[in-house]
Every structure is written in structure tokens, then in C-alpha cells.
Design a protein around this ligand. Structure first.
Ligand code: NCD
Length: 332
């Protein structure tokens, strides 16, 4: 069976929530941020904003009533899994949760494709995380129900980028003409890859990439993002951070992608975001983001700074954005 991945098409304008009830969203699987364009992102962001007054949960409608969504998490997850599950339940849907490959027939040697085929008979969509790049697409290619990538190896994590872009837009008022800093594991960090793809849809964005030489962005991806119009500046020292960034996006060094512990230890603590660094290099309005989990690269003393959004806006925004996406995909 052919992949049902369809590039997002130009959307009509008007009330995004009402539009989401019409059959024109044009997306089936979500595998990569490269599937999106500015209009489709705008549509998701508008729908996400509509979900913000979430206090009265009874008013959220029953968009997913009678629908069952499989959450197949073959890698650890806290926020993404919790956020998807909450989003589905707020919208009236139900979940089947598989958190450990040892609890599936994959442990007996079943292919991911076969596992996907089985769930496609049992439920209405699959949200999947897996350590192998391209694994989520492999499942999407053999099933008819929508498949959403919740992180595939070092490749992409598109729904994290949706919430990151939504947060940047909300806090800075724009997605064009940004000056940003992305720090940490740029080689292995899939959230970074998706975020850069998202930023490349908008004009005049400039991003400083702070990492050790061994954790630099893959040169091919760097080229691709530059060709799409983003100015990328690779730096290796915090002293090269410009003072007036709109956002800092800090990331964890991805221990699980290293061949051995020694190589990981050699680079894990190279860039620590603490108050001293903030005072020296951040602007008054620089927002501080992190996809989480953090494992020491942001000092806890930074958490109370009002510019730090990782335990503030980023978490609820993840919920609103996923509610918007599920509504647009499953209700179209
Ligand atoms: C990220 C991931 O899984 O890629 N976590 C998340 O979903 N927010 C980032 C990470 O694990 O470092």
C-alpha cells in the first residue's frame, strides 16, 4: 500500500475551528515538519489558540468521541505521551497505550509493519515513537489510518516543533526576522531538526548553532536549511552568543545515541545555562526554551526567571497544539 502522506495544501481563510470541521485539511500522516507550509501552520496555531480557554472541559466538544488512538512508544517519553493522551481524552477519545517493545510481539520478532497492520484494524490513528529513523514512516506506508510521528530516532519530532513554533510566535509576536540560538546536541536532537525545518518556512531568520564540534548539525541538513533561506552561524563558545536573541533553545546531549558512555561524558556538560550565562548574554526579552527532559544543562536557578518557558508555556502549548492537530486530522 502506498504512503498516505499528503502535503498540506493551501487552506481557506476564516474561522479555523469551523474550518477544521470541513473535509479540507489535506493531511493524513504527520511524519516531518517538511510537510507543512505557512498556511497550514497558521491553521494549526489558530485552532490551538481556540483550545486555550480549556478550563471548562465540558465545552471541548466530542471531536474524538468513539475514536480509539494507539500510543505506541518504543522509547521513553513523559511530555509527548502525556500530552497526546491528555489531548485525546479532552476531545472525548480513548487510548490504547503500548509503552514497551517487550510488551508487544515485536519482542518475538514481528515487524513494525505487521504491528501497525494489526492496530490499523483496532483503532482510528497511531501516535508512534521509535528509536529508528524512518520507522514511523514504515508503519504509515502500510496502513490506512493516520500515523503521527512522536519522535523517530535522530530524524524528527514534528509535534514538538509545532509547539515550539507556536510558543515563539506567541511570545515574540513573529516567526519571521527572528534571531535565535539553538544549543546542545544538534547532531542527534530530533526536536532541533524539526524546529529548523519550521523556521525555514519564514523569511529572514538567523540562527546561531552552539555546540561542540562533534555534535554539530549534520552538514547535509545544514545545507538544506540554508538553501531554504535561514542564515545559520555555527559557534563553539558562549562568548559568541549575540546579546539580542529573540529565543534560546537549549537541548540535552542525547546519551542514548552515543556508542559509548565515555564519548558521552566528554561532551555532556559543555554548555550549561545558568544565571551567570543569562546575565552576560541574554537580552531582557530573550525567551528560554527547552524540549525537556533536562539532565543538568539548565541550572534550576534559571527556572524562576520569567523568560524561562519550559515549565510554563511550552507544556500547555503542547497540549493545545496536539488537540488542534488531532482535530484537524481526524475530523476532516
Ligand atoms: C525530546 C525527544 O524525545 O526528542 N523530548 C520531548 O519529546 N520533549 C527531547 C529529548 O529527549 O531530549
Amino acid at each position: 500500500m502506498e504512503s498516505k502522506t499528503i502535503l498540506l495544501e493551501t487552506m481557506d481563510s476564516g474561522n479555523p475551528y469551523n474550518e477544521s470541521l470541513s473535509p479540507d485539511f489535506g493531511i493524513h500522516n504527520v511524519l516531518s515538519l517538511t510537510q507543512f507550509d505557512k498556511k497550514s501552520l497558521e491553521k494549526i496555531f489558530n485552532a490551538a489558540s481556540d483550545f486555550k480557554p480549556i478550563q471548562d472541559k465540558k465545552d471541548l466538544g466530542d471531536v474524538l468521541k468513539g475514536k480509539i488512538i494507539a500510543l505506541l512508544f518504543f522509547e521513553p517519553s513523559t511530555r509527548t505521551r502525556g500530552s497526546f493522551e491528555t489531548a485525546i481524552k479532552y476531545l472525548g477519545g480513548q487510548t490504547i497505550l503500548v509503552e514497551n517493545p517487550q510488551n508487544t510481539s515485536v519482542a518475538k520478532g514481528e515487524t513494525l509493519e505487521d504491528t501497525g497492520r494489526v492496530f490499523s484494524f483496532l483503532c482510528d490513528a497511531i501516535v508512534m515513537r521509535h528509536p529508528q529513523e524512518g520507522s514511523v514512516k514504515r508503519v504509515a506506508d502500510v496502513v490506512d489510518i493516520p500515523v503521527i510521528n512522536a519522535g523517530d530516532g535522530t530524524f524528527e519530532h514534528p509535534t514538538q516543533a509545532l509547539l515550539d513554533l507556536f510558543t515563539i510566535k506567541e511570545k515574540t509576536g513573529k516567526l519571521e526576522g527572528l534571531k535565535g540560538l539553538i544549543a546542545g546536541d544538534l547532531k542527534n536532537g530530533r526536536t532541533v531538526h524539526s524546529l529548523l525545518q519550521g523556521l525555514s518556512l519564514y523569511k529572514n531568520n538567523k540562527v546561531y548553532l552552539l555546540s561542540t564540534p562533534s555534535l554539530k548539525l549534520n552538514p547535509e541538513l545544514k545545507h538544506e536549511i540554508e538553501n531554504k533561506g535561514v542564515t545559520l552561524n555555527e559557534i563553539e563558545k558562549v562568548t559568541d552568543i549575540p546579546k539580542d536573541c529573540d529565543f534560546w533553545y537549549w537541548t540535552r546531549v542525547q546519551k542514548e545515541r552515543f556508542a559509548n558512555e565515555e564519548d558521552y561524558r566528554a561532551v555532556k556538560n559543555n554548555f550549561i545555562l545558568n544565571k551567570d550565562l543569562l546575565n552576560k548574554y541574554a537580552g531582557e526579552k530573550t525567551i528560554l526554551m527547552h524540549p525537556l527532559p533536562r539532565v543538568g544543562e539548565i541550572a534550576e536557578e534559571v527556572d524562576s526567571d520569567l523568560r524561562a518557558l519550559y515549565f510554563r508555556e511550552q507544556i500547555p502549548n503542547g497540549l493545545y497544539v496536539r488537540m488542534a492537530l488531532l482535530t484537524l486530522i481526524l475530523n476532516s
